[in-house]
Design a protein around this ligand. Sequence first.
Ligand code: 4AD
Ligand code: MG
Length: 431
Amino acid sequence: MQPVQIADLQHHVGATVTVQGWILTTRSSGKIAFLVLRDGSGYLQCVLSRKEVSEQVWQLFQTLTQETSVAVTGSVRAEPRSPGGYELGVSDIRVLGPSVDFPIGPKEHGTQFLFEHRHLWLRSRKQVAIAKVRHEVEQAMRDFFYDRGFVLVDTPIFTGAIGEEAGNLFATDYFDLGKAYLAQTGQLYVEAAAAALGKVYCFGPTFRAEKSKTRRHLTEFWMVEPEVAFNDSNANMQLQEEFVAYVVSRVLDRRKEELKELERDVTPLERVLPPFPRISYTDAVAKLNTLGSDIQWGADLGGDDETLLAKEYDRPVFVYNYPKHVKAFYMKENPEDPRTVLNDDCLAPEGYGEIIGGSQREDDYDRLLARIKEQHLDPEAYRWYLDLRKYGTFVHSGFGLGVERTVAWICGIPHIREAIAFPRQIHRLYP
Ligand code: 4AD
Ligand code: MG
């Protein structure tokens, strides 16, 4: 008999099947006993009646402990009060792998302890729900771009050129060529690809040796980065709002159970519809001052400023055209105010802060070269990148959305470290 997954039980009502999984809980009341089984696809209540099972199975049940792997055989019945809507009337249980003293019980554990046991903690209901939301988010992203004719381009992790900030690079020895840097972004490479393919995106891990220990920072995180030939900054923001709205609606649509498990209030998510409000950096600073922040024109928005500003809106908000000197070298100078660049940050509601950084790219050879020199970067390392401005330069824009920040926001969890299976932080490399 082929084992059946819990998620497929609906097709087996009335039949006798075997389900393989791990034991979540057991309880018994003399004549009747229950165990809740999980197999990754769902949760299943299994019911044993002392009258109907052999003495051997009844005794075996008494020895079962949390996280024992088992094969349970029984008949499937619809049971609306049961999690998942089905129940198994057990006839046989076979232990596949015992589990003695599983370290994570129903009692409260400290954060440190849980992250030390991340490999086991992943099995808990909440962590399973987060993993499924993340999976949906990533699939929605891929579908969004695929359906709109974007070509996926995989960009290198070992790079010779810096993308964002020299101060937080991870470097490694690279044979006779000196240092290679782990990619902070795939952007420079998708810019080259955009000139070949028009609309492209990359999707992969990125690395930043940031010393920040905030709830918004990891040293390794996943980023999706579209790049579009002939899009200006306005078109770029329009793409971002359509993208974010699509991803959120996909999760609302297909991951109701998981959002419920996470006790996520979905009302604020249901409001995530285009168009998103847009406010210039200059206006944002003025507004922040009236809201009690002492930010001065020229400073980057800190996490607290982002939260304060985002509270003013009922959906994500774009802050656009930041001062040139707080942003990366590749952003296009604003022709109407050369102190600023044509960029945007998209701030999520509910205190989640920046989920997207995007910009129109500097497409003028001389200005880009000047910016590279200003930032004391090596023009030789950027020769190929400058070439794009030499051979058929083109208006183009793109953005990067951080997967973990987006998942944390959609799940409503306070810290992004739970939004990835094995988070990498300054003080965490295990497991
Ligand atoms: O604003 P950032 O640095 O932009 C770029 O990397 C551009 N090259 C993107 C582009 O235009 N193609 O990063 C983009 C997003 C942020 O908005 C945030 O969501 C996420 O990446 N991010 C981080 N997430 C987790 N931990 C960190 N240390 C992060 N740094 C950035
Ligand atoms: Mg940014």
